[in-house]
Design a protein around this ligand. Structure first.
Ligand code: NAD
Length: 252
């Protein structure tokens, strides 16, 4: 088992990639702290993990709130004694709003969840990782964090921010036994389209141009396997970088 005895915290673990990551990590021997704004769904994923003999807890967390982030990491330590792996996965879309039509509300809401959330969890986790001189951070970014028109302006900028944070943390803490990497998934079948409540017509048209060259839509489990690689010793020499997982979409 690749994560035997490790304590892993996963945000946005009630659905999609976060759920698959939490389930795979538990199968690989990790004690998993599943967090999400949707506690009911998180509890049901935790129950499934426990039914299969895994160790897991659910914590209700809005990653956009500092007090929730404190509660998340404190709960992990109270229950399992430490943390070894942090997966920043929770994220929302932005209705493809282009820059000219952006409101401060959209920009701030998307940044709060997609960029400020990972910064806060990372900040808190680093206080533990630097003390024990080990720890791994895996950020779920996006192809939209590497290229310009996979989503609206706020989502694109927020995911670029995550990739910048990944590089900064990866390099600056490398000497302290800490690694930080990101995954840039292409299109993956999840529930994230539920956050696309009213797509902006101009933004939608501008983002759809590249969809025809997407080789295929992926499954959450395929992203979980990349997260497992990054969370385990298999990737001991990989740090401060972003792995695309998109069937080759961004290679065109
Ligand atoms: P999903 O909607 O299925 O799962 C996201 C989970 O995050 C949900 O359970 C949701 O309740 C939770 N969440 C949302 N806001 C939260 C908050 N403020 N605090 C805590 N939890 C919150 O979506 P997914 O596709 O699995 O998304 C996971 C990550 O993957 C996101 O960061 C997303 O941007 C990224 N991503 C998705 C795709 C895709 O095509 N699905 C592609 C690239 C990147």
């Amino acid at each position: 088992m690749k994560l035997s005895g490790k304590v892993a915290v996963v945000t946005g673990a009630a659905s999609g990639m976060g759920k698959s990551i939490a389930e795979l990590f538990a199968e690989e021997g990790a004690k998993v702290v599943l967090s999400d704004i949707d506690l009911e769904k998180t509890n049901s994923v935790v129950q499934d993990i426990k039914n299969k003999g895994g160790l897991a807890i659910a914590v209700e967390v809005n990653v956009a709130l500092e007090e929730d982030v404190q509660k998340l990491i404190d709960s992990a330590i109270q229950t399992f004694g430490t943390i070894d792996v942090l997966v920043n996965n929770a994220g929302i879309m932005d209705n493809f709003v282009p820059a000219s039509e952006l409101t401060d509300e959209v920009w701030e809401r998307v940044f709060a969840v997609n960029a400020t959330g990972p910064m806060r969890t990372t900040r808190k986790a680093l206080s533990i990782f630097t003390e024990k001189k080990s720890g791994i951070i895996v950020n779920i970014a996006s192809a939209g964090g590497l290229f310009g028109s996979r989503a609206g302006a706020a989502y694109t900028a927020s995911k670029h921010a995550v990739i910048g944070l990944t590089k900064n943390v990866g390099y600056q803490y490398a000497g302290l036994g800490i690694r930080c990497n990101a995954i840039a998934p292409g299109g993956v079948e999840t529930n994230i389209s539920n956050t696309l409540t009213s797509p902006n017509p101009f933004g939608l048209e501008r983002t759809q141009i590249g969809m025809g060259i997407m080789p295929r839509i992926g499954e959450s489990k395929e992203i979980a396997k990349v997260a497992l690689f990054l969370a385990s010793d298999e990737s001991s020499f990989v740090n401060g970088t972003t792995i695309t997982a998109d069937a080759g979409w961004t290679a065109y």
